[in-house]
Every structure is written in structure tokens, then in C-alpha cells.
Design a protein. Structure first.
Length: 337
């Protein structure tokens, strides 16, 4: 789980018989295998919808892209706040820290949220021009109000991150997560608050995992090799195990609410939502394998910093999971009560 640290540990790696190149080759091999599960979302919504009888709504690809950017932009500052707090509690932690990406990430999130709000303002259609956007109409619907909340929250988070008290951005970021959880479950849905609760936990844990791992790697790139670096890795690994359990449980719960158990196998192949969900499951299995690989190296290797290769691959795989999740939110949901 180290980027720069692995550059400093080349000699030690050769002594232990574990080469960086070998680790990278194995990581690439795992990514190639799990990448098979990402073929559908990487090609866009059309292949996922092909043969399902479901309509391809206008602008699905663009909405999926904006949602992916929004999720990624949310993960960066959430993970950064999480790891900074964790790093402060590490005994003997160096003062060096990577440059914050929170202001830039929140600004990107603001642009993505603004784009999604413009879609809501045109009746969930891609606007052909500024004249098509009814900004005032956003205040008249639940989705519109939630879209505006996300726009304002990202703007507030960017301002907080750029201020002298960046920790205050936690509050507007929490507002974004709550808005996303509510947006994903309309009031017409059966037990929408239960669905929103599952999505809320899922989003929080996913943001902490993906954004946290990214910032851990960036932090260790600035820290010298030593006990502090290994301690930070170990603390993150223990929390990540809990996050994985929570993500899996809430993901399964949300899926079963939308696809009753007796229809799951059929819908995984016959609906666009099911196909992309299946791709996400395959990717998550790959991510879990990479996380386990990193933890084994951290616990058993003569040099714990050899965990850098699978951890770096894990970040890339998590990026693919975020992209699949963005596409999943833009596809028709096969609700069957």
C-alpha cells in the first residue's frame, strides 16, 4: 500500500527475494482478470441495454459520466479527512504531508453537481441550451431541491477546504451524501427511508475506502520508510476490512430490495441494471482479492512495504468500481414489488 516508499525500498526488496517488477506483473494479471467484468460499463449503456427491451433514455451516457465524476470528487476529500485524522494518531508520525486535493476535488464535484442539476431542471433531459434550463423549477420538485443542495454543498465544501479550517468541509460533504441517499430512493418507492439508509452507509463506507486508500498512498510517498509508515498502513487495513463488510452487506441489501431473491439470477442477465450490477460484483471481488493480498504482505513479508504493488492496483480497480457505480445510477431500475 505504498507508492513512493516502494521506490526507496528497492534494495530491501531484492534482498528478500520479492521483486517490485514481479509484484507489478501479478497485480496487472489480477486487473486483467477483473477487467473482464468491467467490459459492459466501459463500453457504455448501449451494450448493457441491448436485448433487454428497456429503453435507452436520452443522455444516459452523459449522466453516468457526471455521476461518476461526482462520486470520485466526493471520495477524495472524505478519504483525505479520514486519513489525516488517522495519521495524527500514529506514534512518531512525520510532519510531512501531501498537498491537499480537497479544494480541487470539491470544485470538480460542484461542476458535476451543476451539470446534473441542469438535467433535472429540463425534466431529466439533456438541455440543448441555456434557454431549456428552468432554474426556478428546481425549487418545485424534490429532485430539484436535492440537486440544488448538492450544488451548494460542494461549493461550500470547496470554500471550507480552501480556508484556514479545512476540517469544516466535513459538514457540507455529509450533506452531499445525505442528498444522494435520498435522491436514489423516491418517495413512491416501498420503504424509501430504509433504502436511503442503506445507500447512506454504502456511500460513506465506499468514500472512506477509496478516498482513504488514495490518501494513504500519497501520505506514505512523503514519509520515510519506518515504523510510522507500517503503522499507518496497518491501521488503514484494519478499518478497510470493516468497511468492506459494511459495503458488501448494504450492497446486497439494496440489490435484494430492487431484485427479489427469486428473480435475481434472471435479472442479472436480462436487465441492464442486473448486468452492470454483475460487473460491479466481479470488480469488487477483484478489489477484495487485492486488499487481502496487500494485508498478507503487510503481515508476513520481511519488508511490509512490498504491499505497495497490490495496493496501487487496488486503487485503479476502485476507480473502475466508481465508474460502474456511476453507470448503475443512470440505468432503469428493475423494481418489482
Amino acid at each position: 500500500m505504498v507508492w513512493g516508499a516502494c521506490e526507496d525500498s528497492g534494495v530491501s526488496l531484492m534482498r528478500t527475494g520479492v521483486g517490485v517488477d514481479g509484484g507489478r506483473r501479478r497485480a496487472v494479471g489480477v486487473l486483467v482478470l477483473v477487467g473482464v467484468g468491467a467490459l459492459i460499463p466501459l463500453l457504455g449503456p448501449s451494450p448493457a441495454l441491448h436485448g433487454t427491451g428497456e429503453a435507452d433514455a436520452p443522455g444516459t451516457g452523459g449522466i453516468a459520466l457526471l455521476r461518476t465524476v461526482l462520486f470520485a470528487a466526493l471520495s477524495v476529500p472524505v478519504g483525505e479527512l479520514f486519513v489525516k485524522r488517522m495519521a495524527r494518531s500514529v506514534p512518531g508520525a512525520p510532519a510531512a504531508a501531501p498537498r491537499s486535493w480537497s479544494t480541487a476535488a470539491n470544485s470538480v464535484g460542484f461542476v458535476a453537481a451543476l451539470g446534473l442539476a441542469s438535467v433535472v431542471a429540463t425534466g431529466n433531459l439533456v438541455p440543448g441550451g441555456l434557454a431549456d434550463i428552468d432554474v426556478g423549477g428546481l425549487y418545485g420538485s424534490r429532485d430539484g431541491k436535492l440537486a440544488l443542495l448538492e450544488v451548494n454543498a460542494f461549493l461550500a465544501a470547496a470554500l471550507c477546504a480552501a480556508s484556514g479550517r479545512p476540517g469544516t468541509q466535513a459538514w457540507p460533504l455529509a450533506a452531499v451524501i445525505v442528498a444522494e441517499a435520498l435522491r436514489a430512493h423516491p418517495t413512491a418507492e416501498y420503504s424509501p427511508l430504509i433504502g436511503s439508509g442503506l445507500t447512506l452507509v454504502h456511500l460513506v463506507c465506499a468514500s472512506l475506502w477509496a478516498g482513504g486508500l488514495l490518501h494513504v498512498l500519497r501520505t506514505l510517498r512523503r514519509w520515510p520508510r519506518g515504523e510510522a509508515a507500517v503503522a499507518l498502513l496497518g491501521r488503514y487495513a484494519r478499518v478497510a476490512a470493516v468497511l468492506l463488510v459494511a459495503i458488501t452487506a448494504t450492497g446486497v441489501g439494496s440489490s435484494l430490495r430492487r431484485m427479489p431473491p427469486e428473480t435475481v439470477l434472471e435479472q442479472l442477465t436480462d436487465t441492464a441494471y442486473g448486468r452492470v450490477l454483475l460487473a460491479k460484483v466481479v470488480l469488487m471481488a477483484g478489489v477484495a482479492a487485492l486488499a487481502l493480498w496487500s494485508r498478507i504482505r503487510l503481515a508476513r513479508a520481511a519488508d511490509p512495504l512490498t504491499a505497495c504493488s497490490p495496493a496501487r492496483a487496488e486503487v485503479y480497480a476502485l476507480g473502475a468500481v466508481v465508474a460502474v457505480s456511476g453507470l448503475l445510477t443512470a440505468l432503469p431500475v428493475p423494481i418489482r414489488w
